[in-house]
Write a protein that binds this ligand. Sequence first.
Ligand code: ATP
Ligand code: MG
Length: 591
Amino acid sequence: MPTENPANAPAPSTAAVQQAAPHQDFIRQIVRDDLAAGRHSAIHTRFPPEPNGYLHIGHAKAICLSFGIAREFNGWCNLRLDDTNPGKEDPEFVQGIKDDVRWLGYDWHELRHASDYFDVFYRAALKLIGDGLAYVDDLSADEMRAYRGTLTEPGRHSPYRERSVEENLDLFRRMRGGEFADGSKTLRAKIDMASGNINLRDPALYRIRKVSHQNTGDAWPIYPMYDFAHALSDAMEGITHSLCTLEFEDHRPLYDWCVDKVDLPNHPELWQSVVAAGLEAKPAKPRQIEFSRLNLSYCITSKRKLAQLVGEHHVDGWDDPRMNTLRGLRRRGFTPAGLRLLIERVGVSKQNSVIDYAVLENCIREDLDATAARRMAVLDPLKLVLTNLPAGHEETLVFPNHPKDESFGTREVPFARELWIERDDFAEVPPKGFHRLKPEGEVRLRGVGIVKCVEVVKDADGQVVELHCTLDPETRHGLPGADRKVKGTIHWVSAMHAVAAEVRLYDRLFSVPAPDSEEDGKSWLDHVNPEAKRVVQAWLEPAAAGVEPEQRFQFERLGYFVADRVDHRADAPVFNRTVTLRDVWARPAGQ
Ligand code: ATP
Ligand code: MG
């Protein structure tokens, strides 16, 4: 087939794949212990994406973990849209997130929005103020930063820290009433300005932002900060194990502080507002557990950067098959089972590592090898005429759909005197070790028999335009002579029966393993691989054409392909290459 390998592509780094037995990771061990000790009668997890973009490959790890553990231990997992940042969030993304979670094979116990709890958060804040644990600060953001101190120096108390409870209650109510300008006041937790953990130096709990919210409109001029909203959401949904990535480790003391100090279950009045938000009272003290992010070479897993790729038209949209968003991977033909296999293989730990993109590709190949039917297609056609067959000769051959699995059944493949083969399956001056067709040479046509090249027809420019071959009738498939050995077997399609198709050949979006590294003064955008999409006009055997969008095949010897989810039609087929059959990036240069 045409070689896609940029010869100078660097070899990927060695895969850091954990060898631990699947499902024996430290989080599952904690869950097992908690259940055995009777700490919970059932476990409850949640997946809390912010609807400010589509989900990416990294999120697949968080999804498989939280939903997977809930399923394995007969518990529940909520899908919670963490929509506490007005302006950046969009209902389009909410729908996208729901679709993607379902596509990966999971469903939620309850679908919640953090914005459903705005009233609870507000009352919880009033409670903290009443208990002398929160105060309204008039320092500006810059001043607050200056007062915060550094890793080596303690912070200083704000001059507003000792306001009375009454004054704080009054000011906070007026913040809520919309009386003050954005940024002019902040509600802060009163914890410890000298704490070694900067997250505990009187962190902000609420800020003023007069921005319309996608769910609550203009009802709120103040919005809760992530740590406060997240901890309380977990507590009120009865989450037992709150799984998140390592960057939240330093936030855990604040998470616990919020849960403990608000103490929702022991405040009937607050519980009433929880119930009003549509939740049953399920007192549980959630435990936050952190795990390492999924990082993959050749990938970007920042929503901001993925949005930039879309916004600046480096790709054709969030679902462009080059994107490592879940919808991009889906459109590319990646399978949910293949992605779940990846997550199982990389395992769960607190160790940060970068997984080689080839590990992902291998998981997809493994799944598709077992699940994709085989077809023949020619991507770069060269005419081959079997001169010893009569003009108008036509036959119907029967091919198995899968070489290893009879349950896939068989299909009819039309065969005739004129065929298309891949241009690079013929070489006039064959390189050493070339086992395909050459002048006077022989090759087996898949499922047909052995053909010999007797004449090479060229045009005025010396380009090869046609091969004249003879088919050895003794070697036809099924006859005793079919056992005769030749070194190569090539695929083909019948020229008169073939269906024209657009085939999009995709490759990795970035040409270096760590596009984010910013080495040599280059930005990540400088590493966008211009060869990552190439469109060719190809010929398909008829059985590959009249299929549904998203149907996946192995085109023999070429790779795995999927009928495009958006553009494919039976009468105008469009296929995307999901992945080649082997890792073309791992080959040494020049091969
Ligand atoms: P970004 O920083 O690109 O905005 P995010 O982490 O803020 O991404 P969220 O929508 O907040 O995105 O993420 C939802 C959940 O997915 C979080 O609990 C987060 O820990 C988890 N998550 C995000 N990226 C990864 C990753 N690469 N590997 C594992 N989990 C991830
Ligand atoms: Mg986030």
